[in-house]
Design a protein around this ligand. Structure first.
Ligand SMILES: Nc1ncnc2c1ncn2[C@@H]1O[C@H](COP(=O)(O)OP(=O)(O)OP(=O)(O)O)[C@@H](O)[C@H]1O
Ligand SMILES: [Mg+2]
Length: 770
């Protein structure tokens, strides 16, 4: 049955056997295989689809393509699978159930399902139904190679009637529009952009050479999928002979954008037999603690953190315990003399050094759409005898698969929370006066955070610390310490989701101010995994509040909170990848003079990926690349580095400064900072935003100084001092915040315009006053 065949395929894939494939249905493949794809000897890809009595296989040498194989053929095919004796499924009868296998579309360059191609693939299934005329046509000219030869050698031009002429034009028009044919043409490296030209040349050739009988037979079939399927193998023959240069060029592009088998990119790591220990469990269960124990015992080690803040925390903690440890983030390098241990951010991982123990924290971030590639690279590439992964169970299966690929030993350690998280059903009944000492109120916008802080401070005796993403790590840390310290008046924390990862905070109860978040386009419910992660911050072993509580401000949000906490962890099926600079450089050589932002797009379109990986999003990089396009004189590598600088693309000041840095650098002049530090803390929100923005610019300078030579960014010390100064001013400003935020009317107007349908009261102060 279908499931059995798919089982064989999957097993074949998993055991990485080579498969010899021959197809009857797709003449084109058979013919092209004998020329360029030589026996079609390939690893079976993960994507396979069963429907009706067919199995469809996404072919491996190009992402976009489907081959369609009749089950009968798959039997033939199956019998050629060298599956190391595991061929018990092959004898199963072929049925039509496809219950376990949903229809899926073709994965396009962004990993999305391309509906149009899905529909096109249906074309491949219609041949069975095929019209009488089509059957006759196929029976008469069953060897496309022979038909092509005949056309090639023909010297007579048939006299066509006007109606035949029109019909042929319609048929070729239909061919040119066929997503299926365009897709299949990729098999012979006819790119999508060249496909229409190739079809038009093929049409001219056909009209010039074709015998009248063939024309008449074809016209009888008309502009249909059957006609396309009949013509396609002939088209393939034509292209191979007519466009060898185009094919070669496109093949080189596709080959240089090959991101398959990423495990093989790290031959030194592959030469090692590494032991991977997966500390798997929910938040607050001791995963990082245990991994760090092993890290500290080792004679040398590397800790990879998801955040600068956490890297700093581990750096401090480990040094405080008497183990010399250096710090390495994009912005700072603190080398501790005699240190054999390093705490770094995951993006800074070096796959050149050899370690006894490496810890990769928050490994589930491999699935992050933008940053995932850094975790994937660390896992595949680190040269360490022992690698400790800390994370939730969502990536456990894929880690198992990756370890099977790399040949590493995997040890799984499962954890439970020290104390279960308890949901308080009463909620805060919509009133912030019910906030208690040790509460962390979570809001999802900067504006709400300040409104909540001011409302609480105005109407209760509590004082609030704040933590949100735009604050420098030093300020976040200062706020966290202020909150953790029992000796002061700050006993409530108001935070964004920036609080969700790793920070050790003395939180008794996490209160969700709302469970909706603006996603850059509209308000959407916060993802269950994020809700879990944030709620899990409550109650910390060894802290003042070992028992964790969570609730919502409003009663109507409670059900969603409970729902989220009850949801099992998602199972991640793909993890992120991104090309190294060297890969981009190779690719760029194939498309000279292409603008960098276009180059990235082009790479995205042509890159090949294995089924367990996706290409990380790079919209942010493209925006910067667009802006820097006007800067002349940057090498590709310089451009690559500038484009990856940490910049808030929505902050015009920061974008302008980045542009200025790149322009100055391109003129080989030392880059200065040309910015001062305000003398006092912020007196209003605009000044606070200005401080945040200045710090981001300084941080960007420091990051760039680590990518380029010192002579280009020589003012590091001064910039560091300024950054420290601003972080302190920010801390001071936060303790004094008492100003009014952006007016309610403005916000409401904005919401209406964007049609967010967001009904929560915009001003909490007014709500509390009522
Ligand atoms: N065996 C232990 N002895 C003492 N303290 C511990 C122990 N295990 C964990 N802790 C403390 O419990 C708290 C939570 O542990 P840890 O940070 O390792 O959890 P985690 O599972 O990594 O959580 P998260 O998902 O937040 O990263 C920390 O403050 C840690 O120091
Ligand atoms: Mg942890």
């Amino acid at each position: 049955m279908a499931r059995g065949v798919a089982g064989v395929l999957r097993r074949a894939y998993n055991s990485r056997v080579r498969v010899l494939l021959s197809t009857r249905n797709l003449h084109s493949f058979r013919e092209t295989e004998s020329r360029s794809l030589c026996n079609s000897d390939f690893d079976v890809p993960t994507n396979r689809f069963c429907s009706g009595n067919r199995v469809r296989i996404q072919l491996p040498w190009n992402d976009y393509r489907f081959g369609c194989f009749e089950i009968g053929k798959v039997r033939t095919f199956s019998s050629t699978v060298d599956n190391n004796g595991e061929n018990d499924d092959i004898e199963e009868s072929v049925g039509s159930e496809s219950d376990d296998y949903d229809e899926e579309g073709v994965i396009n360059e962004f990993g999305d399902v391309d509906e149009s191609l899905l529909n096109d693939s249906v074309v491949a299934e219609t041949d069975e139904i095929g019209s009488e005329a089509a059957r006759a046509l196929n029976a008469r000219y069953n060897d496309p190679v022979e038909l092509y030869r005949e056309l090639r050698e023909s010297e007579v031009r048939s006299k066509l009637q006007l109606s035949e002429w029109d019909s042929l034009h319609e048929i070729f028009g239909y061919f040119a529009q066929s997503g299926w044919a365009a897709n299949q043409a990729l098999a012979i490296y006819i790119g999508k952009s060249f496909f229409p030209t190739a079809v038009s040349k093929f049409r001219d050739f056909f009209l010039e050479k074709c015998r009248i009988e063939v024309v008449q037979d074809l016209v009888r079939v008309g502009p249909t999928d059957e006609a396309v399927k009949f013509l396609f193998p002939v088209f393939v023959e034509f292209c191979i002979e007519e466009f060898p240069d185009e094919i070669k060029r496109f093949k080189s592009i596709v080959d240089t954008a090959d991101l398959t088998k990423p495990a093989t990119w790290f031959p030194f790591a592959r030469a090692m037999k590494r032991k991977i220990v997966y500390h798997c469990g929910p938040t607050n269960s001791g995963k990082t603690y245990n991994a760090l124990q092993r890290f500290m015992e080792a004679k040398n080690g590397l800790y990879c953190s998801p955040l600068r803040l956490l890297a700093m925390e581990v750096f401090d903690k480990v040094n405080a315990l008497g183990i010399y440890c250096s710090l390495l983030t994009g912005q700072e390098k603190k080398h501790v003399p005699f240190a054999n241990h390093v705490s770094c951010t995951v993006e800074m991982v070096s796959t050149d050094e050899l370690y006894e123990v490496a810890v990769i924290d928050e490994i589930q971030m491999m699935a992050d759409p933008s940053r995932g590639h850094a975790w994937t690279k660390a896992l595949l590439g680190l040269k360490a005898d022992e690698i400790h992964l800390c994370g939730d169970p969502s990536v456990l299966d894929i880690v198992r698969k990756m370890c099977a690929d790399t040949g590493d030993e995997l040890v799984e350690e499962h954890y439970e929370r020290f104390k279960p998280l308890v949901v308080e059903a009463k909620t805060l009944l919509g009133d912030l006066k019910n906030v208690k000492s040790g509460d962390c109120v979570v809001a999802f916008s900067r504006r709400e955070i300040f409104e909540v802080k001011m409302a609480i401070e105005k109407h209760t005796n509590h004082r609030c610390c704040v933590i949100y993403g735009a604050l420098p790590p030093e300020t976040r840390r200062q706020q966290a310490n202020l909150f953790n310290d029992q000796e002061n008046e700050y006993d409530v924390l108001v935070a964004s989701d920036a609080v969700g990862m790793g920070l050790n905070l003395n939180i008794r109860r996490v209160v969700f101010y709302s469970l909706n978040k603006y996603n850059g386009d509209k308000m959407v419910p916060v993802a269950a995994s994020q809700v879990k992660q944030i709620a899990g911050r409550a109650g910390r072993r060894g802290s003042r509040y070992p028992d964790g509580l969570t609730t919502t401000l409003h009663l109507e949000d409670l059900n969603y909170l409970i729902e989220c906490l009850q949801q099992p962890f998602d199972e991640v099926t793909k993890v992120g990848l991104f090309p190294f600079f060297e890969q981009i450089e190779l690719f760029a050589a194939q498309v000279p003079d292409m603008a960098f932002s276009k180059l990235l797009d082009h790479f995205g379109k042509h890159c090949r990926l294995d089924g367990s990986y996706f290409l990380c999003r790079h919209d942010h990089v493209k925006k910067v690349a667009n802006m820097l396009e006007k800067v002349q004189g940057l090498s590709l590598e310089d451009r690559f580095n500038f484009c990856f600088a940490p910049v808030n693309i929505r902050n015009p000041k920061a974008m302008y400064q980045l542009y200025r840095f790149a322009s100055t650098y391109s003129q080989d002049t030392p880059v200065n900072i040309a910015m001062g530090v305000p003398k006092s803390s912020a007196k209003n929100d605009t000044e606070l935003l200005d401080l945040e923005s200045r710090h981001q610019i300084l941080s960007m300078y420091l990051w760039l100084s680590n990518q380029f030579e010192e002579k280009n960014f020589p003012f590091v010390e001064r910039v560091e001092a300024m950054a420290t100064n601003i972080a302190e001013l920010l801390g001071e400003s936060l303790s004094k915040v008492s100003w009014k935020m952006e007016s309610k009317e403005e916000k409401v107007k904005g919401q209406k315009k964007e049609g967010r349908g967001y009904e929560r009261p915009a001003s909490l102060i007014k709500l509390v006053n009522k």
